[in-house]
Design a protein around this ligand. Structure first.
Ligand code: PMP
Length: 270
């Protein structure tokens, strides 16, 4: 329906409790990248919150495709959000609320040359279940705003001395001896769909990968750095907390991984 006609109740638990999960799937050439991996993560996020899928995979795919078509999306993203639904405000989950399902598209250019980003660290004040993709995004939004106020592009969040992830992306450094280091999966970070795809491609390229936490000091010593997200693929990072990496220009590993990720994703897009 036209966006002006779309409404959600003020009693929706997504609004009152951030009791909702979401996915963002990228679109290139009008086709969806990694759609099934996003749906698998949606099922998992819902399951962790004792919710079921509101529609099956095929029905969601059909609506995604219809939206891409109706909005003439060549490159961009499709957003889906599922809330527990509408109920009288209560901390206990309602038994019989009908889930609210919202989907929309955003057109934006995703491919092409990328400028490197400058990032600054900030404390990771988010909750302890960052593996669930909930719409509780205010802490990340505050971190990104703090970075913008310092004239930077994004923030890398730090908990107990180690980088967890970016405001809306997974983070990586490439050590001087060529190893890719990225934090291991746990409740501390979101298991990125792009992360999984890029690590697989990196391994196929013969690159060595270490899944472990790293510090901002280690990042400052890195030969290059980058981050991944469905909506921005592999994005080079050229400065961390005021220290320029690779002479302040995107490094070869991140550039190459971005190219092969896009190439591979286009081949498997649906
Ligand atoms: N971490 C966080 C906190 C995110 O919000 C995102 C973007 N959804 C990611 C990582 C990257 O995940 P994906 O590659 O699945 O987009």
């Amino acid at each position: 329906m036209p966006e002006e006609e779309a409404t959600v109740s003020i009693f929706d638990r997504g609004f009152l409790f951030a009791d909702a999960v979401y996915e963002v799937t990228s679109v290139v050439d009008g086709k969806l990248l990694d759609f099934d991996a996003h749906m698998a993560r949606l099922v998992r996020s819902l399951g962790e919150l004792e919710m079921d899928m509101p529609l099956d995979r095929d029905a969601i795919l059909e609506v995604h495709r219809e939206l891409i078509d109706k909005n003439s999306v060549d490159q961009g993203v499709v957003y889906i959000q599922v809330t527990r639904g509408v109920a009288d405000r209560d901390f206990l989950y309602p038994k019989d609320a009908a889930q609210t399902v919202v989907m929309f598209t955003q057109s934006r250019k995703l491919t092409g040359e990328k400028k490197g980003l400058r990032v600054v660290s900030s404390p990771d004040i988010r909750w302890g279940r960052r593996d669930i993709k909930t719409v509780q995004l205010l802490a990340a939004s505050m971190g990104k705003m703090a970075a913008y106020k310092q004239g930077k592009d994004d923030t890398w969040l730090v908990k107990d001395g180690f980088v967890t992830e970016g405001s809306s992306n997974n983070t990586y450094i490439v050590t001087k001896d060529g190893k890719i280091v990225t934090r291991h999966l746990s409740n501390s970070i979101l298991s990125g769909i792009t992360r999984a795809a890029v690590l697989k491609l990196a391994a196929e390229q013969g690159l060595e990968i270490e899944e472990r936490p790293f510090t901002m000091d280690e990042a400052k010593e890195a030969s290059e750095a980058f981050m991944t997200a469905a909506s921005s693929f592999v994005t080079p990072v050229i400065e961390v907390d005021g220290t320029e990496l690779n002479g302040g220009v995107p490094g070869p590993v991140s550039k190459r991984l971005n190219e092969i990720y896009i190439e591979e994703s286009k081949n498997t897009a649906i």
